[in-house]
Design a protein around this ligand. Sequence first.
Ligand SMILES: [Zn+2]
Ligand SMILES: [Zn+2]
Length: 259
Amino acid sequence: MASPPRLIVLGSGTSVPRADRATSCYLVDPGDGRAVLVDLGPGSLHRAAAAGYDLDHLHGVLMTHIHPDHSADLAALDFALRHPGPRAGLPPLPVWGHAAVTLLHARLRNAWPGWLGSGPERLDMQVIGPGELEVPGFTKAEAFQICHAESSLGYRLTLPNGFQVAFSGDASEGAQLEELGHQSDLFVLEAAAPHENPVRGHLSPERAAAVASSCQAKHLMLTHFYPEVLADPVEPRVRTAFEGRLSLAQDGMIIELVC
Ligand SMILES: [Zn+2]
Ligand SMILES: [Zn+2]
């Protein structure tokens, strides 16, 4: 059933458990009532179902990298599809990501022999690198190399209405980060660490703002907040470098994706 094109933040947090911020997961519905998930932090599938998108309503999953706060529900997904009910009669569910994601999936199956992957294949693990990929429901999809982990890819999705939304995953400056967000309508960018206490492989709000300004993103959404970065107000730190529309991600936040 048709729905407004939208992004739903399912998890804006990190590995540190918080009552108000779950681990990484974002849902993009291009307007056809089905969605792609970007990342599968623990509990993502439950949160997607609570938002109205059970496994029957997924086009697939885009994985930014294999750190557990972004990937732990891969085992839960495989186990859920062992049950004959979800996605009955539908083709295998695509999971796109770096080769390390497929390797992780194989290792998870080895860890639970007889429980994961014992029935008909219902996942379609697709190894991708930087470049274009085919994602059902979207006019165009591109992956970009990101400096964070060896397996890191960012994604830029073009909706049928022309709206372009980009996801950095965990990121630091370099590689293709600015190309990923270049003049995007919405750039979902991580700002995990305080500027005064940098964490290798992550951005601070100030550095994320500079990246968004440099690549002329129209709307910046900062996310993936470690508790330390929220100790002081974030917006004034962003305004040192970025003047465009700003959202600070919260779980459950819905952004309509219209130009
Ligand atoms: Zn990470
Ligand atoms: Zn992370």
